[in-house]
Every structure is written in structure tokens, then in C-alpha cells.
Design a protein around this ligand. Structure first.
Ligand code: PLP
Length: 390
């Protein structure tokens, strides 16, 4: 069995650090859901070693036995500093933040604050499948306002959804994914300002999931709450996707000035959900993980180019538009004629696991999501298997 790498320099592409043999020793969902002969490029975990500052912070906590309950505002302060440096966002106020167990449970708590049981929540399909699952589980109804063919928010479609849902006078929320999973679209400042203006006009409350924000180039991502007119929005942020910390649960809800009173109604017991070691890890990521993140972003850009080249060579009828953010590639496989779920074909015939598009709502059929956060050799082997299966 190959041994684990020791220290990895923070300026080296972390996607090249781990071999397939090492990765197969992992016990997380990505590596254990399928048999050994399947190459997993599905769930949003990254095949990277932990950034050194995060590993050090966790090891120090373990050595100290600092494994009690989460406390304090260190995570929120680290996020505010990171947001100021990275996104030129200087109005993230620590007193308008709340710690939540993870982003999806944070989304649920924010939606409880601004909608009523049975109420409606608008999403831009195709979108992250748990948006549908968590929202329906909490007794709210999903209303789809599909993205345009260019993978961008269609403001006319959104306005129609706002108008029809608010016509009854009920409280309505818009759950925005920014950057967007699965397309990787980074919404522009103008688009977000238009969203804020529409939300104000129709009285719709915006809850924005910004978990993928660190995975966008810093000069491209625009935090929703930084946009004029977005003051009564609520954002969910986390270091989870950027630094691969899904197993170390902790996230932050951030309120704009006009949503501070809503966030203040968050039940106190919600703050007991996150893991203290998770909070330590997320705080270290935001405080000391920028150099590692920059090396990762360069590696992801390389992998996007690699995937585009390999698909053009080996599977030219698969449509893929490399996006500016996330490590997710949204593949339009409809021309292959594999039906609604090409991922099922690639798994059965190619022994490669992608995420099936159908769970993403309208626009998902005939599509599959490919996770690029892996070694370039694994990207290449996955495409080879997909092509060989046709
Ligand atoms: C858009 C989006 N939101 C939330 C999550 C899950 O975050 P958490 O594990 O913090 O709930 C993911 C995970 O891939 C995601 O892509």
C-alpha cells in the first residue's frame, strides 16, 4: 500500500498530490459508495490533501484535547477578514452572523425565518439536488425558474415566478445558488443587482447559498450582500467546498442590515449543531489558507482545459462549456442518445461514476455532472472510460 505524502508545499497544485492508490484508502462517501473497479467523479469532495494550516490547527486541537463545544466569533471574524481581502467586501458585520451546523441546515433555518409552512421557495434549475430535498422535507414547495440556455439567470422567468408566487400575499423566498452548482456560473454584479431590485419590487426574500464562492476567481465573484439593494438578504457561507471540509461540519449565516432582525430570531440551539473541531478547521482555512486555495484554483483551471480538450477529442458530441468557478463540469450528453440518465450508462458500461442530471430538476435530463477536483490522470482515465463505453 502506498504511504501518505508528508508535508506538501502550499504553492504546489494539491490536485497532483495524491495517487489513486492513496485515494482508495479513503472511507468517505466518494470513495466507498461504489465498488473498487468504479472510478468516482461524482459527489463534491476533492481529491486533495488538507491545506497545511488546517491540518496543523486540527492536530493542535487534538493534542490539547480541545474537542468540546463550539464557541466565540473567531470563524465569523476570519470570514469577514477573508471577504474584505478577497472580495473587497467590507460590510460583513460579525454581529450580523450566526454559526450554523452546515450550509444546507443553515439554508433550512433561514427559510424558516422568512417563509411559512406550505410556502413557496423559488430555485434556478438545474440546481444542486438537495435544494429540492431539503426544501420539500421542511414542508415548503419548490417553484422552478429555470436558467437560460446560456446557464445564466433568466430575469424574465424569475420575474414571472416572483409575480405569480407573491400574488396570493404569502411570504416567498428565492434560494439563489451563487456561484451556481452544477453549471459553475458566476453571477455578475449587474445580474445580482437586478435580482435584488426584483426581490424588492415583489417582496421576495433572497437566501443565497455562497458555499462555492472561494472556488471562483477572487476578482470575478460578487457577494450578494455587497450588491446595492440586497440589504435584506441572507447568505450562507462556509470553507467547506473551498478547502474540502465537508466532514468537519460548520458554516455561517450572514444577514444584510435589513435582515438582522430576522437572523436574531434564529433559535439559540442551532448554534449547538456545528462541530468545534470543524469551526477550528474552517477558521484556519479562511485565516491562513489563501495561498493553498490559489494553487488549487490554478489546478482546477488546468483540469477544466484538460477536460474540454479530451472531450473534444474522444466524445465530441458531449457539450461542455468550461465555467469560471466550482470544480463541477456540467455535461450535456443528449446527442449521445443515452436517454435521461447518461450517468447510468457510464457507470454500467464504463465503470465511471458521475452524478446523474435528473435530480437537478428541469434541464437536468440527458446531463451528467463531472467532478474535476481530482488528479489530471484520473480526469483522463474517466474520459477514456466514458468514450470506450459508447
Ligand atoms: C450549492 C451547495 N450547497 C450546499 C452544499 C452542502 O454543504 P454542507 O455540507 O455544508 O451542507 C453543497 C455541496 O456540494 C453545494 O454544492
Amino acid at each position: 500500500m502506498e504511504s501518505l505524502p508528508e508535508h506538501i508545499s502550499e504553492n504546489v497544485n494539491p490536485l497532483r498530490a495524491l495517487s489513486l492508490d492513496v485515494l482508495r484508502q479513503r472511507t468517505s462517501e466518494k470513495w466507498r459508495a461504489y465498488p473498487e473497479d468504479v472510478l468516482p467523479v461524482w459527489v463534491a469532495e476533492m481529491d486533495v490533501p488538507l491545506a497545511e494550516p488546517i491540518a496543523r490547527a486540527i492536530i493542535d486541537a487534538v493534542r490539547l484535547g480541545d474537542t468540546g463545544y463550539a464557541s466565540g466569533t473567531g470563524y465569523a471574524r476570519a470570514l469577514a477578514d477573508f471577504a474584505a481581502k478577497r472580495w473587497n467586501w467590507h460590510t460583513l458585520a460579525v454581529e450580523r452572523t450566526a454559526i450554523v451546523p452546515d450550509v444546507m441546515l443553515g439554508v433550512v433555518e433561514m427559510l424558516k425565518l422568512v417563509t411559512d409552512p406550505g410556502g413557496r421557495v423559488i430555485v434556478n434549475s438545474p440546481v444542486y439536488p438537495p435544494f429540492f430535498m431539503f426544501v420539500t422535507h421542511m414542508d415548503r414547495q419548490i417553484v422552478e425558474a429555470p436558467l437560460g440556455a446560456d446557464h445564466r439567470i433568466d430575469l424574465d422567468v424569475l420575474e414571472t415566478a416572483f409575480r405569480t408566487t407573491t400574488a396570493t400575499g404569502e411570504r416567498v423566498a428565492y434560494l439563489l445558488c451563487s456561484p451556481h452548482n452544477p453549471t459553475g456560473t458566476v453571477h455578475t454584479e449587474a445580474e445580482l443587482a437586478a435580482v435584488a431590485a426584483l426581490a424588492a419590487e415583489y417582496g421576495v426574500r433572497v437566501v443565497v447559498d455562497e458555499i462555492h464562492a472561494p472556488l471562483a476567481p477572487p476578482d470575478v465573484f460578487v457577494p450578494y450582500l455587497r450588491v446595492p439593494g440586497a440589504a435584506n438578504g441572507l447568505s450562507l457561507m462556509s470553507a467547506s467546498k473551498g478547502w474540502n471540509l465537508a466532514g468537519l461540519k460548520a458554516a455561517l449565516a450572514v444577514a444584510g442590515p435589513g435582515a438582522a432582525d430576522d437572523l436574531a430570531r434564529l433559535p439559540v440551539e442551532v448554534a449547538d449543531g456545528p462541530s468545534h473541531v470543524g469551526v477550528i478547521a474552517h477558521t484556519a482555512a479562511l485565516r491562513d489558507g489563501a495561498a493553498w486555495l490559489d494553487a488549487l484554483l490554478a489546478g482546477l483551471a488546468e483540469n477544466r482545459r484538460l477536460l474540454a480538450r479530451l472531450l473534444a477529442e474522444q466524445l465530441p458530441s458531449v457539450r461542455y462549456t468550461p465555467a469560471e468557478s466550482t470544480y463541477l463540469a456540467w455535461l450535456d450528453c443528449r446527442e449521445l442518445g443515452l436517454g435521461d440518465s447518461p450517468a447510468t450508462h457510464f457507470l454500467d458500461r464504463g465503470r465511471v461514476a458521475l452524478t446523474c442530471g435528473t435530480g437537478f430538476g428541469t434541464g437536468g435530463a440527458g446531463h451528467a455532472r463531472f467532478n474535476l477536483a481530482t488528479h489530471p490522470d484520473i480526469v483522463a482515465e474517466a474520459v477514456r472510460r466514458m468514450a470506450a463505453s459508447i
